[in-house]
Design a binder for this molecule. Structure first.
Ligand SMILES: [Zn+2]
Ligand SMILES: [Zn+2]
Length: 263
């Protein structure tokens, strides 16, 4: 059994909770320590029960509260060595015994969870997504990625639940006030994922057992929840997947989502 809750999600800050019967971990800590502990309190999880924080990459919207949270509550932090090298300010706050390393694609364990990581195409030093397995139940988290290639698709396959980025709606981005260079960055191979690619990816994953999904990391300027949801549904239906086949929701920017449970 695994449970998932998005505490915060979006270009303004990200932190996600994954829970098994005995273990709680966070993925990213991209808002203040106070906001994270407030959200945990809100969903009745004791911050002292968090066994680890996994870091996807060093962008501020993923690490803003990391150092303080680890220091204050003595929580081990797992990141790749290149990611550690690119978040020195946070690293300095974290005690040596809580600095943990992993290599992308090499599995490791945190209590009863098996952690698998996969490389994501994004403009960061060594960014990755995660699959988390408990008793053969697999869930995956993939945000901050410019495109989906076969390798990523294979990593996501077999997940019963996925949190997938739906960052922008192309038509809104096209007419937004963003400078040309920033638009190119978002649209690029190493930028972010659109609502439509997210929907198409989910449609392809249904065959491998996907039951539920939450769209996340929405842009504040170039997207909104209803549109992300409808664009993804439209793609699902384009690929012949009825909305009854998948429990699809959208993560909130500023408050916890509902718990999603898979077993
Ligand atoms: Zn990023
Ligand atoms: Zn991000």
């Amino acid at each position: 059994m695994l449970k998932f809750c998005s505490l915060y999600s979006g270009s303004t800050g990200n932190s996600l909770l994954v829970q098994s019967k005995n273990t709680n971990i966070l993925i990213d800590a991209g808002v203040s320590c106070k906001k994270i502990t407030d959200a945990l309190e809100n969903i009745n999880v004791n911050v002292n029960d968090i066994s680890a924080i996994l870091v996807t990459h060093e962008h501020t919207d993923h690490i803003q509260g990391l150092g303080t949270l680890s220091k204050k509550y003595n929580i081990p932090v797992f990141a790749t060595s290149k990611t550690w090298d690119n978040m020195k300010e946070q690293k300095e706050k974290i005690s040596d015994n809580n600095i943990k390393y992993f290599n992308i694609s090499e599995d490791f364990e945190i209590e009863d969870l098996i952690i698998k990581s996969f490389k994501t195409p994004h403009d960061a030093a060594d960014s990755c997504g995660f699959s988390i397995i408990n008793n053969n139940t697999k869930i995956s988290i993939a945000t901050d990625l410019g495109h989906i290639d076969n390798k990523i698709f294979d990593s996501l396959s077999g997940s019963k639940f996925i949190m997938l980025e739906a960052n922008y709606e192309p038509e809104i981005l096209k007419y937004s006030h963003y400078p040309f260079a920033l638009k190119q960055r978002i649209l690029g191979e190493n930028g972010h994922l659109s609502n439509h690619i997210a929907g198409q990816t989910l449609a392809h994953l249904v065959d491998s057992g996907l039951e539920s999904a939450i769209l996340g990391h929405l842009s504040k300027e170039n997207n909104f929840p209803k549109l992300a949801y409808e664009s993804a549904l439209e793609e699902l239906s384009n690929y012949g997947v009825s909305k009854d086949f998948i429990n699809l929701t959208v993560a909130n920017r500023d408050k916890p989502s509902n718990f999603i449970e898979v077993s």
